[in-house]
Design a protein around this ligand. Structure first.
Ligand SMILES: Cc1cc2nc3c(=O)[nH]c(=O)nc-3n(C[C@H](O)[C@H](O)[C@H](O)COP(=O)(O)OP(=O)(O)OC[C@H]3O[C@@H](n4cnc5c(N)ncnc54)[C@H](O)[C@@H]3O)c2cc1C
Ligand code: SF4
Length: 509
C-alpha cells in the first residue's frame, strides 16, 4: 500500500486536494467515527447524527466509485474512541508509506495528527483546504501593515479577486454594501407568507445513526424527532435551489428579524452542508449572483447574502488561524460568571431565551440574530466566562466547527478578544429584541424597564454593563453615545440598577 488518505468528518469533499494524484490501486481512504469527538463538549444529539450520517453517506459514495475505504464505525467492538489510537491501529494493519490529510478545521486536531505522525515515524503530507476562497497567504497579505482588521475591507478585496458582483471593475449597483436597505422587522402581522424549507427526512443510513446516537448518547442535549438536514452533495444542491427559488429574495429585508415558532424564516440553512464541505461556497455564491442577474432577486438581498459567505465566513476562518492557539483563552472583559443552567434546558421565564434555546434544542439550529442578540447578548451582559459560552455554542449547533464557531462566539458575540473581530461589543437592551421580534409580547417582563419586579433582565444588565465597563467603553468612539446615556441616570437609578443586576446574577448561579 502507498498512501493512507485521512478524511475527517468535516472534510467530505471529493474535489479536495486530498485526492490529487490518488491511485485507487495503491491508496486507501481512512475514516473513523470516534466517541471523543462527540464527548469533548456535551454535544447535541443532532450534531452527532449530522457528522456520523454524512460520513457514512460519503464513504458509501466513495465505495460506489470503487475506492477502498477503511471505515471504523462508532459501534465497532474494536473502536479505540480517539483519532490517534485509531490511526495507529490502521497504520499497523495497512502499513502505508505516507499519510495524507487536508488541513483540519480545528487547531488541536491538527496538532494531534502532526504529533501522532511524528511519534509513529511516518510522513504526513498536509494539504491546503481548497474549499475556502481565501488561503492563509491571501489573508496574511491583506493583514500586512494594518493596525486593525475589519471584515468589510477584506470582503471588498474578495469581491474584486473573485469577480463577484462586479461590473467593469466596480461593485454592481455602485455600492459595496446595501445594509441600509436591509434588516427590517416584521409588522404586527408577522412574517409575510413564505414557503417552508425543503426537508430531508432520514433515510436508512441516517435512521441507523439516529438509533445509535439515542442508545450511546441518550443523556446528551437536544432532540431528534424533527431531524431533516441534507447530508449528501445531491441533497445539499436541492436545498440550495430551494433557498434561491423561495427565500433569497426576502433574505436581506428580514435577516435580523425574529418571530415566535419561526425557526427558519428567510435563512438558507446551508451552513451545515458547507461546513461539512458537501457544498462548495463558490456554487452558493454563483447561484445567488445568477438569481440577481436574471432579475429573480433584488441586489440588496443578494449582496447581503453573498457577504455572509464570501465575507464573514472566510474572514472568521482567517481570524481563527491567525490568532490560535492563544485566541481560545482570551477573556479581555474579565467575565467569570458560570453559564446559567437554563442554556441546556430552555427553562426560563425570559421569553426570547426560551424561544431561541427551545428551538436550538429541537433542531440544533438558531439563526444568526438569535445566536448574537439573544443567547449571546444575554451571556455577554451577564458576564459569563467566554470559554463556557464557546463550549455551549460548539456543543449545540449542527453547523458548529471550531474555526467558525470560536471567532463568532468569543470574538463577535462575547468581545472576549477585546476587539480583534468586531470594533465594539454588540450590546443592546431588551428594546432591541422588542423591535426585532414578537418575543416580548408573550413575556412577563417589560423591555422598557430596568428596575422593579417586571424589569427586563436584558435591560437591567445592559445598563449595568455600560457602568461596569465605562472606562474601557469611553475610549471607543463607536460606543460613546451609549456610554453618554449613563450620565443621564441619577445616582439613585444607578444604585437600583446595580442592586437589581446583582440579584439577577445571584438567582442564576
Ligand atoms: C455566537 C455565534 C456562533 C456562531 N457559530 C457558528 C457555527 O458554529 N457555525 C457556523 O457556520 N456559523 C456560526 N455562526 C454564524 C451564523 O449564525 C450561522 O452561520 C447561520 O446562522 C447559519 O444558518 P444559515 O445557513 O441559515 O445562514 P444564513 O443566514 O442563510 O447565511 C448564509 C451563510 O452565510 C454564512 N454566515 C453567515 N454569518 C456568518 C458568520 N457570522 N460567520 C461565518 N459564516 C457566516 C454561513 O455559512 C451561512 O450558511 C455563529 C454566529 C454567532 C453569533
Ligand atoms: S421582555 Fe426582555 S426577557 Fe422578555 S422577551 Fe423581551 S427582551 Fe426577552
Amino acid at each position: 500500500m502507498r498512501h493512507l488518505l485521512l478524511i475527517l468528518g468535516d472534510q467530505l469533499d471529493r474535489q479536495s486536494a486530498l485526492f490529487d494524484g490518488f491511485d485507487p490501486k495503491q491508496d486507501i481512504v481512512w475514516m473513523a467515527e470516534v466517541a471523543q469527538e462527540s464527548t469533548k463538549v456535551w454535544t447535541h444529539k443532532a450534531r452527532i447524527v449530522v457528522f456520523l450520517s454524512a460520513m457514512r453517506h460519503f464513504a458509501e459514495s466513495l465505495r460506489a466509485e470503487g475506492i477502498r475505504v477503511h471505515y471504523r464505525k462508532l459501534d465497532d467492538a474494536e473502536n479505540a474512541g480517539n483519532f490517534v489510537a485509531e490511526i495507529e491501529s490502521a497504520i499497523e494493519r495497512l502499513k502505508p508509506q505516507r499519510l495524507i490529510i487536508v488541513e483540519p478545521g480545528e487547531w488541536q486536531v491538527r496538532e494531534d495528527f502532526r504529533s501522532a505522525a511524528m511519534q509513529l515515524g511516518i510522513d504526513l503530507d498536509e494539504r491546503v483546504d481548497r474549499h475556502f476562497l481565501a488561503s492563509h497567504a491571501d489573508f496574511e497579505k491583506h493583514a500586512k501593515g494594518r493596525k486593525q482588521l475589519r471584515m468589510e475591507f477584506f470582503y471588498r478585496e474578495m469581491r474584486v479577486k473573485h469577480q463577484v458582483l462586479m461590473d467593469d471593475g466596480k461593485p454592481v449597483g455602485g455600492e459595496w454594501n446595501f445594509d441600509s436597505e436591509n434588516r427590517k422587522s416584521f409588522t404586527k402581522q408577522g412574517p409575510p407568507l413564505h414557503a417552508a424549507p425543503k426537508r430531508f427526512l432520514p433515510d436508512e443510513i441516517t435512521q441507523q445513526v439516529i438509533d445509535l446516537v439515542e442508545e450511546r448518547f441518550g443523556s446528551h442535549p437536544g432532540r431528534l424527532a424533527d431531524f431533516d438536514w441534507p447530508l449528501t452533495t445531491a441533497d445539499a444542491r436541492l436545498a440550495l435551489s430551494d433557498f434561491i427559488d423561495h427565500r433569497l429574495g426576502d433574505f436581506g429585508d428580514y435577516q435580523d428579524a425574529m418571530w415566535t415558532r419561526e425557526p427558519w424564516l428567510f435563512h438558507s440553512r446551508l451552513s451545515v452542508v458547507m461546513n461539512l464541505k458537501l457544498l462548495d461556497p463558490r456554487e452558493v455564491i454563483s447561484a445567488a449572483e445568477k438569481a440577481y442577474r436574471a432579475g429573480n432577486a433584488p441586489l440588496a438581498a443578494v449582496e447581503g447574502f453573498i457577504r455572509q459567505i464570501l465575507g464573514w465566513r472566510e474572514y472568521v476562518r482567517a481570524i481563527y488561524w491567525r490568532f490560535m492557539p492563544g485566541y481560545v483563552g482570551l477573556n479581555e472583559l474579565g467575565a467569570e460568571q458560570p453559564l446559567p443552567r437554563f442554556y441546556w434546558t430552555g427553562e426560563t421565564d425570559m421569553n426570547c431565551l426560551k424561544e431561541a434555546i427551545g428551538q436550538t434544542l429541537q433542531y440544533g439550529h438558531a439563526h444568526h440574530i438569535q445566536r448574537l442578540m439573544v443567547t449571546g447578548l444575554f451571556s455577554l451582559l451577564l458576564g459569563v466566562r467566554p470559554q463556557e459560552v464557546h463550549e455551549w455554542y460548539l456543543a449545540v449547533y449542527v453547523d458548529a466547527v471550531e474555526w467558525v464557531e470560536l471567532p463568532n462566539t468569543l470574538g463577535m458575540s462575547q468581545h472576549g478578544d477585546g476587539g480583534i473581530m468586531a470594533s465594539k461589543p454588540y450590546i443592546a437592551s431588551g428594546k432591541y429584541i422588542q423591535r426585532m421580534s414578537n418575543y416580548c409580547t408573550g413575556c412577563r417582563y417589560d423591555p422598557a424597564k430596568s428596575t422593579g419586579p417586571n424589569a427586563c433582565p436584558f435591560t437591567t444588565l445592559y445598563w449595568e454593563f455600560l457602568m461596569r465597563h465605562e472606562p474601557r467603553l469611553k475610549m471607543n468612539q463607536r460606543m460613546s453615545m451609549q456610554v453618554r446615556n449613563v450620565s443621564r441616570l441619577t445616582e439613585a437609578e444607578k444604585t437600583a440598577i446595580l442592586d437589581q443586576a446583582e440579584s439577577i446574577r445571584l438567582s442564576l448561579t
